[in-house]
Design a protein around this ligand. Structure first.
Ligand code: Q9C
Ligand code: ZN
Length: 351
């Protein structure tokens, strides 16, 4: 399979994330992607390319998933942050005020002129620092997702969008969980727009893919399935429960398989079987796999116990669906193992 990697990813390089009242070093670091790239050079799965970018086509693909007011916000966010205070040029932008999901009837239609307020409007956590290069890096990642979708539309069995920042927590008009543009959703929508009638998204990241679920929640043409840590105790906490089944036309087209912290590979693998059964029953024409490697036992912020060798079996099981497949790179914070684990999964898929 071809890998499309993001040449602009290092432009996004957060200093600190807010965690329980303290600023701590970011987990989502550039070395994550570099380790995967190095492993792909050591164990090649196919060509390594950077995507050829047609700016108009890329903007159109992003606009199929994200709202105009959100992408406009992202595009000018850094300049506005610095305009608030020239000293801000030295620090990442993090939000500190939120409209609480409108539960208290705060207005979210009227855009505040104050940038700090707008940052809070569009961000659901304070763990996702935004800096000068965030927009360029996120756009470069979306270009990888789009190129991978086109590769599969052109007849390839699979393609890998090796991107960071990750994407599956980003919604049509929100960022969070280290994510700004939803690469997997952009790939899924591009597959739909390229003529695939039914597209399934099977998210194997440790954390629930709340952005992707929200984007497709009322649609019957894109099935969203996620296997993840139970939101009762695990991030992102406020979505990802088993009773979220989709709404309206999308009723029955979202499947959440939450598992308790501490879950081992045998139990996780059984959930993957259930997820794949749902993909088969849906009669999907194509598959998108938001590939998080934070299910690994050594992950510093997650709670499952998968071992490096298990990822071969994950890849093999995913290949069993027999579908053209786009992989996007999501979480995985045991940095020195993330390359091995990612390539194990992809190699297992190609066996
Ligand atoms: N100090 C993805 O895996 N914060 N995002 C956890 C750690 C958020 C994970 C707290 C985790 C987000 C793409
Ligand atoms: Zn994750």
């Amino acid at each position: 399979m071809k890998t499309f990697h993001n040449p602009h990813h290092t432009l996004h390089q957060g200093q600190q994330e807010m965690f329980r009242g303290r600023l701590v070093p970011c987990h989502e670091v550039p070395a994550r992607l570099d380790f995967v790239l190095t492993e792909l050079q050591r164990r090649p799965l196919g060509a390594l390319e950077t995507p050829a970018v047609d700016d108009a086509a890329l903007d159109a693909a992003i606009a199929r998933v994200h709202s105009a007011r959100y992408t406009q916000f992202l595009a000018s966010a850094w300049d506005e942050w610095v305009a608030m205070d020239p000293a801000n040029a030295q620090r990442d932008a993090l939000p500190s005020v939120w409209p609480l999901g409108n539960r208290h009837a705060f207005r979210t239609d009227a855009l505040p002129r104050n940038f700090a307020a707008r940052l809070g409007l569009f961000a659901f956590d304070s763990g996702s620092p935004l800096m000068a290069g965030t927009w360029a890096a996120a756009r470069g990642g979306a270009a990888c997702a789009l190129a991978a979708a086109h590769e599969v539309l052109g007849g390839a069995r699979s393609a890998f969008a090796l991107t960071r920042p990750p994407g599956h927590h980003a919604g049509s008009d929100f960022l969070g969980g280290y994510c700004f543009l939803n690469n997997a959703a952009i790939a899924a929508q591009a597959l739909r727009d390229g003529g695939q009638q039914r597209v399934a998204v099977l998210d194997v990241d440790y954390h629930h893919g709340n952005g992707t679920q929200t984007i497709f929640y009322e649609r019957a043409d894109v099935l969203t399935v996620s296997i993840h840590g139970d939101p009762a105790t695990e991030y992102p906490f406020f979505l990802g429960h088993a009773d979220e089944r989709g709404a309206g036309a999308g009723e029955g087209f979202n499947l959440n398989l939450p598992l308790p912290r501490g879950t081992n590979f045998a139990t996780w693998r059984a959930a993957l079987g259930q997820a794949l059964d749902a993909v088969t029953a849906f009669r999907a024409d194509a598959l998108v796999v938001p590939m998080g490697l934070d299910t690994f036992e050594g992950d510093p912020i997650s709670g499952f116990t998968l071992q490096s060798a298990d990822y071969f079996a994950v890849g093999e099981a995913l290949a069993g669906a027999g579908l053209p497949t786009v992989f996007t790179f999501e979480g995985g914070y045991a940095v020195d193992a993330v390359g091995t684990n990612a390539v194990n999964l992809l190699e297992g898929f190609q066996r």
